[in-house]
Design a protein around this ligand. Sequence first.
Ligand code: PLP
Length: 385
Amino acid sequence: MKLSDRLRKVPPYLFAEIDRLIEEKKEQGVDVISFGVGDPDVPTPQGIIDTLIREAEKPSNHRYPSYFGLPILRETFSAWFKERFGVTLDPEREVLPLIGSKEGIAHFSVAILDPGTVAVVPEPSYPVYSMGAILAGGSPYYVPLKKEHSFLPVLEEIPETVLKESRILWVNYPNNPTGAVADIEFFKKAVHFALEHDLIIAHDNAYSEITYDGYVAPSILQVEGAMDCAIEFHSLSKSFNMTGWRIGFACGNRDLIEGLGVVKTNIDSGIFNPIQLCGVHALKNESNSLNRMREIYRKRRDYLVEELKSMGLDATPPLGSIYLWVKVPDGFDSVGFSKYALEKAGVFFTPGNSYGPSGEGYVRVSLTVPDERISEAVSRLKGIF
Ligand SMILES: *Cc1c(COP(=O)(O)O)cnc(C)c1O
């Protein structure tokens, strides 16, 4: 028996040791408060649940969905996009529903990479860009995101030899894990760079709606020339507390959308119709829920930043995402600090280097923990600093 070489290139699960420690703590009876996963704690808005129940009752919704999604879903996304970003998308050819954006992000690598080709991937980052590349037989070339460059990639530093082998450049703002945002000037530069070097540019915009203090996140498709080289990934998971429901979108250049569609047609069979109709409902009717969520995260952000600073930690409030990217105190590395907080306070933060070597020296703190658990974590942490 032999598994594929590609599979053996997927690095061992970095959280394995930490997971073991969390489990060990729990077995000792410690009530661990985890700031690890970015999975909203607040329930899905009731209007979305009601839509699911109503639509699930209809036998016409029980059969295979269409591969490319219900026309009403594509049209709703396109209308939402026009209103939100001022960009017109053809719902037939420039929009593709996904079974969550992770699915589309991973399968997009299959659509564009061949063995021996390269994907330019920022690090620290959401792991799917690089793992998708490896599983497609390509390899990632990592570009560090550094604080001194506001966690934006320095594109000019990518060697010409690498660019020759590269098919794609991944970007993600508001950013997981750093919480950094990028303005439209950055996207203009990135699109220009992609066109100049014959690269596809893929923007993961999963946190486009989770922003604070009046900051409004752009779409890369607002940039002139983007429709010639770019694809953007959107998700309802974080905006509408729908992580378990699995619905998102790809949009942008029609050849890229078509390519991703071909991969998907041969692998999956679309999204359960009632969930597609929940997506329609969410985009059309749940902007109040979204505002409520932003306010919940903003309060948690402000409270945690304040408290962490009072303990002497270096935390700054992000303008987007659901994460604080916190520098670990002197004398610790990421894993050491994570273990210390878990051991002494039963509080778990994700070591920053789990997202790439440039994440060393940080931990990621997810804001998806109920308010009272956050206060409890703060009082425990105060006891160890
Ligand atoms: C959560 C997340 C996603 C994907 O979520 P789906 O639930 O698959 O839509 C994509 N990118 C980033 C950066 C994320 O944090």
